[in-house]
Design a protein around this ligand. Structure first.
Ligand code: NAP
Ligand code: MG
Length: 506
């Protein structure tokens, strides 16, 4: 394991992209950061530097916001909804056509296994764009039968228009970079907004590659601007900018709170997709084999660096040992390695810092619970951590309360009690993003789904994701929803217009 990713071939396209100069994309042009500063991009599987990127700062954000503002009033605002649909469909096709390069860049930048990189691009990013491309022509207001100012019926007309909010600032995390990029981009383009996107400093590469495709798709200059930079500098400048009308943020709850504060200046609209600590609740009639596979995917997908991760497993006592034994047997055999190695099942964590954080949680778990499998960071290059399972404690311990964002699962059993009691245990969290229920009893499944306080609950699978399924968090997991029809709302504002046909009686 930990074989250098360099030993796995990448395409000449990918190699050429890595070797070129990586600048900021502002007003349709590549440019250096005003400071001239740069930052390194590291492959987390090998710890090798794979690229150097210009580091955007406050003045670069100013320039990008100015370009987005100009574009909002320019050619883009004259394009019809049909034309916006067409450029979005073209961009989706370009993503598919360049899938291999995008996937290789994503693997080198983020560390995830190749198969998942391909899934998040082909199966997700381009379909997400196509889904919202379809919405562009279906965004419209109402005519409302009213009689204002004492006028008789029929003596006035009131209608609403759904207008784009304007310049959107998007701040995204590193755990699924291209998916995050596209899920902010697609509703913004469908509604006619313009954007400044700040990718995570740890994973800027696919965002930059996307800029080339955005240009080729015929999206006018300035509609999409990408400024890689540090969160507390470029991110803070974007979220506090007075010419930005909306911020769409995905990241940690701690930074989400800062975004809300920095939005106060101009009271810009804010949506937040934040952390999670989602429950997986298994009833005794569930299909054990399906549960084991599902629990492993729920906890260890993206090495557990997944906001929807099912990191608290609740299993009925009758099948607890079977489920835990099954999870431990598979997790203990999972092959860790570079994402470019087709046999790798788990990649590295994103950074040395993240590995240290996760190992701190594993130590806390060893102090407060029983370790069933994993728990180590293998020697050698790459920020790998074994898939780790703990049990035999309670929901008050640190590893059951806090979002770890690593491959660490805490499992506990429950006895025969009513659904409300089981749900109260599952809801013992400041978060409420996702969750799943496993049972063959339809009434138990649906009732439990109702009782779990999360934005999304799945039955007999965990975290079903589709562009059309609304996604977002309750409690401290966020504000608002993305995906689906609801995902358009944050990018729109309603204008009501009334005309009267005769003078009012008073
Ligand atoms: P993070 O530290 O909150 O960073 C997210 C983004 O915010 C990055 O682009 C970051 O820039 C930027 N940022 C940091 N400080 C900022 C500030 N003061 N002002 C403005 N922007 C700032 O989160 P992360 O560690 O990258 O990602 C992990 C977290 O994201 C987890 O909590 C996870 O649950 C959450 N997440 C949620 C979802 C969801 O949909 N609910 C999806 C994925 C991840 P830098 O990269 O330069 O720090
Ligand atoms: Mg960060």
């Amino acid at each position: 394991m930990n074989a250098a990713a360099e030993t796995f071939a990448i395409s000449t396209e990918t190699r050429a992209f890595l070797d070129r100069k990586h600048q900021l994309f502002i007003d349709g042009k590549w440019q250096d950061a005003i400071s001239g500063e740069t930052f390194p991009v590291i492959d987390p599987a090998t710890e090798a530097q794979i690229a150097t990127v210009q580091l955007g700062g406050e003045k670069d954000i100013d320039a990008a916001v100015a370009a987005a503002n100009k574009a909002f009033k320019g050619e883009w605002s004259k394009m019809t909804a049909h034309q916006r649909t067409r450029v979005m469909l073209k961009l989706a096709d370009l993503i598919d056509a360049n899938m291999q390069t995008l996937a290789e860049l994503e693997v080198l930048d983020n560390g995830l296994p190749m198969m998942l990189a391909q899934y998040t691009i082909a199966g997700y990013a381009s379909e997400f764009l196509r889904y919202y491309a379809g919405w562009a022509t279906k965004i419209h207001g109402d005519t409302i039968p009213v009689s204002p100012m004492g006028l008789p019926n029929g003596e006035s007309l009131t209608y609403t228009r759904r207008e784009p909010v304007g310049v959107v600032g998007a701040i995204i995390p590193w755990n699924a970079p291209i998916a995050m990029f596209v899920l902010k981009l697609a509703p913004a383009l469908a509604t006619g907004c313009t954007m400044v996107i700040k990718p995570a400093e740890l994973t800027p590469l696919t965002a930059l590659y996307m800029c080339e495709l955005i240009k080729q798709a015929g999206i006018p200059d300035g509609v999409v601007n990408v400024v890689p930079g540090l969160g507390h500098v470029a991110g803070a400048a974007l979220s506090s900018h007075d010419d930005v009308q909306k911020v769409s943020f995905t990241g940690s709850t701690a930074v989400g709170k800062k975004i809300v504060e920095s939005a106060l200046g101009n009271l810009k609209k804010v949506t937040l997709e934040l952390g999670g600590k989602s429950p997986v609740v298994v009833f005794p009639d569930a299909d054990v084999e399906a549960v084991v596979g599902g629990a492993i995917r729920a906890a260890f997908f993206l090495q557990g660096q997944n906001c929807m991760a099912g990191t608290r497993l609740f299993v009925h006592q009758d099948i607890f040992d079977q489920v835990i034994g099954g999870v431990a047997a598979i997790a203990g055999q999972m092959k860790l390695g570079p994402g470019l190695d087709p046999s790798s099942q788990l990649g590295p964590l994103i950074s040395a810092d993240q590995r240290e954080r996760v190992m701190g949680y594993i130590q806390a778990g060893k102090d407060e619970a029983e370790l069933i499998c994993g728990g180590n960071a293998p020697d050698g290059k790459g920020f790998f951590v074994e898939p780790t399972l703990f049990t035999n404690s309670n929901q008050n311990i640190k590893i059951a309360r806090e979002e770890i964002f690593g491959p660490v699962l805490y499992a506990q059993s429950f006895g025969d009690s009513d659904l409300e009691t089981i749900a109260a245990e599952a809801n013992k969290s400041i978060y409420g993003l996702s969750g799943s229920v496993w049972t063959k009893d339809i009434a138990v499944g649906l009732k439990m789904a109702q009782l779990i306080d999360s934005g999304q609950v799945s039955i007999n699978c965990h975290a079903a994701v589709d562009p059309a399924i609304p996604f977002g968090g309750n409690k401290m997991s966020g504000w608002g929803r993305e995906f689906g029809k609801e995902g358009l709302e944050p990018y729109l504002k309603t204008k009501a217009t009334t005309v009267i046909f005769s003078q009012p009686p008073f």
